[in-house]
Design a binder for this molecule. Sequence first.
Ligand SMILES: Nc1ncnc2c1ncn2[C@@H]1O[C@H](COP(=O)(O)OP(=O)(O)O)[C@@H](O)[C@H]1O
Ligand SMILES: [Mg+2]
Length: 384
Amino acid sequence: MPSPLDPSTFEPAVPAARPATTLRARNLHLQFPTDRGALQVLAGLDFGLHDGEIGCLLGESGCGKTTALRAIAGFARPQAGQIEIAGRTVCSPETWVEPEARGVGVVFQDYALFPHLNVTRNVAFGLRASAPGERDTRVAEMLELVGLADAASRFPHELSGGQQQRVALARALAPAPGVLLLDEPFSNLDPDLRERLALELRDILKRCRTTALLVTHDQYEAFALADSVGVMEAGRIAQWDTPYRLYHRPETRAVADFVGLGAFVPGQMVQRDGLASVVIELGALPIHLRTDQAMAGAHAGVSGQVTVLLRPDDVVHDDESPVRADVVRKSFRGASFLYTLRLPSGTTLLSLVPSHHNHAVGEQIGIRFAAEHVVTFPIENSGD
Ligand SMILES: Nc1ncnc2c1ncn2[C@@H]1O[C@H](COP(=O)(O)OP(=O)(O)O)[C@@H](O)[C@H]1O
Ligand SMILES: [Mg+2]
């Protein structure tokens, strides 16, 4: 039998199973009283994050994102539902754990730094309970982590927006919270910086293996940062998925519309020699994947009519293609042009084309469909 100090005894015999769920929101309902009666803001919000996972609630302004974070942090109390953090119930109709006892760190939308404290003292704020020696070490570690070791003695007003955000992040991470909550962390920053900082933030969170929940209305931020994204509509989650699946396999038309660009075009489902395809103005799109076939079958009306989602990257420019479309609008995106195209029927499409194919508005270009998925929705579906 190996000695208890033999390192081999610490090695798991089998790879770790699914990591534990660190944050779980179960069927949260929260309403605010207003002059015009109760305003239902969370209406069955339900999701979970595994240990070390970065999740995101994505939705338009007013859909309840900040309220969801406040409920998780303990600043707002849902009337129904349950919140668990690291296996402990912190909120239910019978249970209430105060915010400071939840093991949650928060980065607020405006960072909420103390203007009269320098960077070191801002970061040390969350470590008031630690011994001074420990505290100094931890602050130095955090400043190193966020790349601000050189700015330790500066004051918030001497920092750029991006640097202030990193101080807020270091302050929230210093006490090693079980879950980090971030409310629109890039909304005060220059759009050019956002994507780079989102990737940087992701890198920091992954390095310290922090479970985090971000809320934002910006799809690019959500996609750059999160492992899983929940599209929020009216206080609940319409679809919880990876960014890739949300974009390529949206389950409702509303999700498809909110996530990414695209056009919805009419199609007719046909079965020939056991192969399903959808005929649209661009031609027949064979449906290769069984899940897509099942979806199209379920969505097709009695006469086989469906609505087909065409993403700009599904529509490719091809000089050889017999299908021609007029260039109605173009927008330069650096590596590519986003063309708005009109088919002879008047239907408009978007197409992402490498920018060396520079065509003028009014010109006709050849296009064809090129995607492995065919995403369909029922016709006349408002999506909800
Ligand atoms: N304390 C409050 N009292 C009354 N209404 C509120 C309160 N907080 C938020 N609301 C309302 O709840 C809705 C959702 O707000 P919020 O969660 O801030 O949305 P988001 O962060 O998605 O923009 C909004 O209509 C907002 O006006
Ligand atoms: Mg908000």
